[in-house]
Design a protein around this ligand. Sequence first.
Ligand SMILES: CCCCCCCC/C=C\CCCCCC(=O)SCCNC(=O)CCNC(=O)[C@H](O)C(C)(C)COP(=O)(O)OP(=O)(O)OC[C@H]1O[C@@H](n2cnc3c(N)ncnc32)[C@H](O)[C@@H]1OP(=O)(O)O
Ligand SMILES: Cc1cc2nc3c(=O)[nH]c(=O)nc-3n(C[C@H](O)[C@H](O)[C@H](O)COP(=O)(O)OP(=O)(O)OC[C@H]3O[C@@H](n4cnc5c(N)ncnc54)[C@H](O)[C@@H]3O)c2cc1C
Length: 650
Amino acid sequence: MNSYIKEGDNPDITEERKKASFNVDALTTFYHGGDKQLQNRREVEKYIEDHKELQDTRPTPFMSRDELIDNSLRKIAGMAKFNEMIDMNNIDRTTYFLQLVHVRDSMAFSLHYLMFLPVLNSQASPDQLSEWLPKSLSGTIIGTYAQTEMGHGTNLSKLETTATYDPKTSKWWPGSLGKFCNHAIIVANLWTNGVCEGPHPFFVQIRNLETHESLPNIKLGDIGPKLSLNGSDNGYLVFDHFRIPRNNMLMRYSKVLPDGTYVKPPNAKLAYGGMVFVRSMMVKDIANHLANAVTIATRYSCVRRQGEMKIGAGEVKILDYQTQQYRIFPFMSKVFAFRFAGQQLQEIYKEISKELKMGKLSQLADIHALSSGLKALVTFEVQQGIEQCRLACGGHGFSHASGIPELAAFSCGSCTYEGDNIVLLLQVAKFLMSNCTNSVSSGVCAYLQEKNSSKSSDLTTHQQYSDKQIIQDFEHVARKSVLRAFDKLRLTSQTCQKHEAWNRCSVELCKAARWHVRLYIVRNFLATIAIAQDELKPVLRALAQLFIFDLQVSNKGDFLENGYMKIQQIEELKEGVWQAMSTIRNDAVSIVDAFAIHEFELKSVLGRRDGNVYPGLFEWAKHSQLNKNDVHPAFDKYLAPIITKIRSRM
Ligand SMILES: CCCCCCCC/C=C\CCCCCC(=O)SCCNC(=O)CCNC(=O)[C@H](O)C(C)(C)COP(=O)(O)OP(=O)(O)OC[C@H]1O[C@@H](n2cnc3c(N)ncnc32)[C@H](O)[C@@H]1OP(=O)(O)O
Ligand SMILES: Cc1cc2nc3c(=O)[nH]c(=O)nc-3n(C[C@H](O)[C@H](O)[C@H](O)COP(=O)(O)OP(=O)(O)OC[C@H]3O[C@@H](n4cnc5c(N)ncnc54)[C@H](O)[C@@H]3O)c2cc1C
């Protein structure tokens, strides 16, 4: 019996659950990475269900900004009582606990956990750690990561905040900076002995630890309402010749000696490690936001009946329209593709950061390129997918009752923070160009050196399209795109300066970077489902085929070029798309059930597990302040006098 089926559920959604062709719990375990991860999730969910002080007092879309901040801090204060759930030895459970308490409200301490602690941990010297880490873990030190300025976020080399050894700019954007944190890791250009040594991180106290007032020569404030994340006080910080001790420069890798001598790090970019960490963590997390949106759109599409396919036969579930399936299912498949890529990226990051800690830097460029590429491509695709899921829900999708507007607003920030996506794709392109010049490329770039690649695809039918053939075809397209950009850059560089040539080729370079990342995702998706248990292979294969075939059909020009594929082969791939969607249709609700997203996270009337949407919408509307009185006071105040005057003249 499917554990998702319960008494009182909407009959349409129950009918869907009875169609499942696979074991939902088995897919949940596979999707979440095993029993231990699942147990972590269940513990956290039960814990929060049992502790009201960790829950929202009312749906957050009805809250003002002050209420959001209050709600966020109340839950943080509540969490402080439950520090048994903050276990640095069980990061997965701790991260989920933080995420399920705050969901998409972005709590006032996001940056403390997401960047301040990791950067301190990785950039501070052992002595600095022993002094600052215990207070930072206990919460007496609350920090943020303040790198971006009003005038500079991307171009770190031109940061105007200077840290002059013994010698005015504003930091702008950092989360929690405005009102709540009392410390910050400040990234500033270091000047010592009259030389600029580039961006470096500094540990800076910014508020009085007793009164919490801004320290002298520091101005702090909130930057104002944003598209989302309004539960966080993204702020500004103005330094005016603020002095800090030499020892407040994080000195694990580089140092300034008492006489001002600068000791170089093994690699200047080790100082950027915090950004690589967050980019590596973000991908799996942002894929989960797409999983939320796909869950909402899929479940709602099974309880929403609209229009008759056959006159007189009664209105159909909108998920029976092929167009509705095509709006949702490709993004359902992307949830798996991006989650598996994000999972793999976190594993790679963990391995490489161990090597970096031991001073082995050979993989630094690789992890920078991989984390930048996946962050740039996945955040953009997720933003597109959440919007399609909103559109799939029609008018109710536009209401905060659906949960989708909050998801859309939250996810789109990820295309900008932690590095603008275009800027990061250009970083991947730099990495690729340098691998084009290498005589031998290893790892993720080995395909660039393939000299005897096939001149045409040997795809026959989509049923027989093997993993090997798929990867060969994607390697062909990615290699062609990268080498075309390389040749364009080489030729352009013969007619103008290097930086101008780079700019004139930058669109092609971004296209090449995207194909490189897509190849990585496709390869990883196929490898991941190859190790799944047999009973899950059919549904996972259908999802992988949908992801891959739709990607090829949507970019058919790249596959048709130079006759690599024939139009008949593209038509064959289209058939594969329709076939995959038809296979997925009967399992759609069970696939999203397998994401096992708790109602606290989904925050959606349309996507609720029981499918009882319409009664739920009325319950939701009762929270509106406008419904406190039948006649709104503003009517009596402004409109009634005018209407009375008009009537008196009639
Ligand atoms: C659990 C997950 C939770 C997810 C979220 C939860 C919700 C929380 C809500 C909100 C959180 C928001 C957090 C956001 C925090 C921030 O936004 S922090 C600020 C982020 N800022 C950036 O990312 C700035 C982007 N700009 C840059 O990184 C650099 O300026 C640049 C890469 C664009 C350019 O670097 P630059 O040094 O100026 O010049 P280049 O010549 O391009 O690079 C020189 C060489 O250095 C290599 N490199 C560059 N960056 C890195 C790096 N990070 N790591 C390693 N190597 C790097 C680059 O490849 C060049 O190498 P070569 O010389 O060998 O080619
Ligand atoms: C929700 C949110 C939270 C944030 N939290 C923090 C935080 O906690 N700490 C922190 O330090 N920062 C934070 N930031 C700032 C964020 O990191 C920057 O906004 C981001 O790095 C982009 O930099 P920018 O704003 O300077 O954009 P810009 O670089 O000004 O981007 C504007 C446009 O210029 C283009 N562009 C810029 N440079 C180039 C180039 N070299 N080549 C081609 N095109 C280019 C971009 O592609 C983009 O289209 C946050 C931002 C947001 C939205």
